[in-house]
Design a protein around this ligand. Structure first.
Ligand SMILES: *Cc1c(COP(=O)(O)O)cnc(C)c1O
Length: 376
């Protein structure tokens, strides 16, 4: 997909905010703990290659990505710190990962056996992290017998270096501790079966770190908080108080490309879901669902100049329309998303409008949108 750099629409990323969140995340760690910055999905839409060096400078000890290609992208961008892939990769890719010094998670003995063949052929050793399913129901070992067999398989096996053992919490972002405590118990039990000693034990995501729901661990996989977003933001419910102030970094800015007056009975957009009740001023913004600004944004208010104006008519593929309070000139600034967490068009408020979480909204914005890095 081509990034449209010659149009008046871009995501702005406040680099100073990312730096500050990273520094604060690092300060918040327990003595000796390492900070692994989660930059999967292009750093939650903020730009992984641009921001990894900023995070490194601010104290990142390593990076987590979702898939091998994201790790390779970082290596191509000269990132030399450890990189851990969080999702399962085909065993056939074990050599590619090892050759690029990228660590992979492991969830089954069969995977290890297949990967070992590939690694032996190339004479490579792969760094692995044993994934434990302590209650997330996603990936990882959950049965004692399976885990013991893997432990035996890995003893004195030089095709692998057991760099980590980890689990992921399903409810670290909630005030309820019961399920979290259950997961901790499961994890500790499986850990007790291990005679192979992983270098790093890790359990925390942003929520577990910020809401003091963690156990002794060697590193923290810090994601959403780096982008200044509170992990506890379920639609319609109050946020938990984070341990330090989070500064959102993403704003989304465009401008009016066209302004006109319409009259009573005149329709706007596909299906004419908006019909003018009288004389109305309508502005057009050059952003649409092909950018990830989806049709469900119809009705959401964006800031035009200094007034919040509702999106009227259906959002088109590449444009949408707003109802203006008065005539405004083409070229007037439109702020679709504000980085001010208190603004009615914050990422959090947009997520509420879409009945989802801001993680998802940030990831919706795709590569057609240019990313501009401010406050470097
Ligand atoms: C995405 C992810 C994280 C980071 O989660 P945040 O809520 O963004 O901090 C940590 N660990 C795993 C396994 C993940 O998939």
């Amino acid at each position: 997909m081509i990034t449209a750099v010659n149009r008046p629409a871009a995501l702005h990323i406040d680099v100073a905010a990312i730096r500050e969140n990273t520094v604060n995340a690092k300060k918040h760690l327990k003595p000796g703990q390492k900070l692994f910055c989660v930059v999967k999905a292009n750093a939650y839409g903020h730009g992984a290659v641009a921001l990894a060096p900023v995070m490194e400078e601010a104290g990142a000890d390593g990076f987590c990505v979702a898939m091998l290609d994201e790790g390779l992208e970082l290596r191509r961008a000269q990132v030399v710190k450890p990189i851990l892939v969080l999702g399962l990769q085909p065993a056939a890719e074990a050599a590619l990962a090892a050759a690029n010094d990228i660590s992979l998670p492991v969830s089954s003995l069969e995977w290890l056996k297949e990967a070992e063949q590939v690694l032996r052929k190339e004479g490579l050793q792969l760094k692995i992290h044993l994934a434990i399913d302590s209650g997330m129901g996603r990936i990882g070992f959950s049965e004692d017998e399976d885990f013991k067999r893997v432990n035996d398989y890995l003893k004195d096996n030089d095709a692998f270096f057991v760099e980590g053992m980890f689990t992921h919490f399903a409810s670290a972002d909630s005030a309820d501790h019961a399920y979290f405590d259950y997961q901790v118990k499961r994890f500790k039990h499986l850990q007790s079966l291990l005679t192979v000693k992983p270098k790093w034990i890790h359990v925390d995501n942003t929520a577990a770190s910020l809401f003091e729901k963690d156990i002794d661990s060697d590193l923290v996989r810090f994601g959403i908080g780096l982008y200044g977003l509170n992990p506890s933001s379920a639609p319609g419910s109050a946020d938990l108080e984070p341990a330090f102030e989070l500064k959102p970094a993403m704003s989304f800015v465009s401008e009016l490309t066209y302004v006109k007056q319409i009259h009573k009975g005149y329709g706007v957009g596909y299906g004419s879901t908006h019909i003018a009740e009288g004389d109305e001023w309508i502005g057009t913004v050059p952003v649409g669902y092909a950018d990830g600004w989806i049709r469900k944004f119809q009705g959401f208010k964006v800031k035009v100049g200094d007034v919040y104006c509702p999106i009227v008519g259906r959002v088109c593929m590449d444009q949408f329309m707003v109802l203006l309070p008065k005539e405004m000139p083409a070229g007037t600034k439109v702020e679709l998303i504000s980085k001010d967490p208190a603004a009615p068009n914050s990422l959090r408020k947009a997520a509420d409008w879409l009945d989802t979480i801001h993680y998802e909204v940030a990831c919706l914005f795709n590569d057609r949108l240019a990313r501009v890095y401010d406050n470097k």
